[in-house]
Design a protein around this ligand. Sequence first.
Ligand code: NDP
Length: 394
Amino acid sequence: MVENVIIIGGGPAGLSAAIYLARANLDPLVFAGSPPGGQLTLTSEVENYPGFESILGSELIEKMKNQAKKFGARIKDENVKSVEIRQSRIDKIGQSQIQSDKISKNKTDYIRFHLITSDSIQLNPITSKSIIIATGAKALWLNLPSETRLRGKGVSACATCDGFFFREKIVAVVGGGDTALEEALTLTKFAKKVYIIHRRDFFRASKIMQERVFANKKIEIIWNAVVEEIIGKMHVEGIKIRQSQIQSDKISKNKTDYIRFHLITSDSIQLNPILSVLNVDGVFVAIGHKPDTDIFKGQVEMDERGYIITSTRKAIDKIRHNQMKSDEISKNKTDYIRLNPILSDFNFDYQRMTSILGVFVAGDCADPYYRQAVTAAGTGVEAALEVEKYLESN
Ligand code: NDP
């Protein structure tokens, strides 16, 4: 049997795509993962998903799942272990014949087959005319037992999602990249005080973000510090930090004129300068994300961090590249940029298509920027509508 579409991922992106494709009578098969549900199931309350003033992340996922099932989507709570993307053709009696990889990419009399192997179907791989990759991304954590225990009870990896719960409270952000600084700035809209705990004496974040952080009076930076433990029984009450010797006169490599070293002066710091306890109500870990895309490596185009590249992103990157080049080399720069029509293997009729015809992507595994449940759901719908169009015309 050849499937119309297989959706890999059971978070908001995959399930929104499933709802649309099931309603379009395309009988989607969803591999929702094990345990299913993605990042949303790790958060407690969600207050920024339109239509729900407040709902548990796991409950929201359950509702999406039931909605998709109601329209006929088949959902398996299984992990896809490997994916092999190949091309094959349908012969006159409808039998598929796997062919070599050399078949022309845009030839419409060939249907592309995607062989998928999961636990239960290792011996009998599934083939499909199209795929939506919606495997998400995982926030990186400090891997402290106390952090895992208090996740959703004051420990978070998303200020946009959870900042609201910390009005007039004291919070700490861990990390020194753009995400950490952005999280800290977001949190200043709610919290009365925001600490940034960073393991070095300089930030790797962009200068403009650093400027904003340094100018914000609610933010205090604790340099050269590592979080050793998050304190609290039922919810976060503080953090134990270990600080290496602060060298306030040391000139950091990335230091700009306005970088100052903020020594710890807070009353809430006790013990000694090496091992300290900081009283905080929330901890936001912002040390990076990792998209769950390992099984697609070498098959679809990704950036250096593993985010899958859509045709839209490819075009934007190309425009940026051309812009930079023209800024550099042309004094008589025109105010428009012409796109090179040959941009690798991407098909620009479909915005959510990857570098491989028939393979679409939605949600956080292709989104290093927004990472919200609602944006993931939105791109899931886009991918579903494009799959529908693709299947009609192929
Ligand atoms: P980055 O990898 O840039 O930064 C991660 C930060 O976390 C680093 O400061 C790193 O420290 C620190 N860190 C890593 N592991 C640990 C650990 N175990 N304990 C303590 N600290 C740790 O990730 P980001 O998510 O910040 O950014 C990813 C990319 O996305 C970047 O290219 C960034 O520029 C981009 N981005 C852009 C934004 C924008 O333009 N508005 C917003 C957000 C992200 P160290 O410095 O010591 O390595």
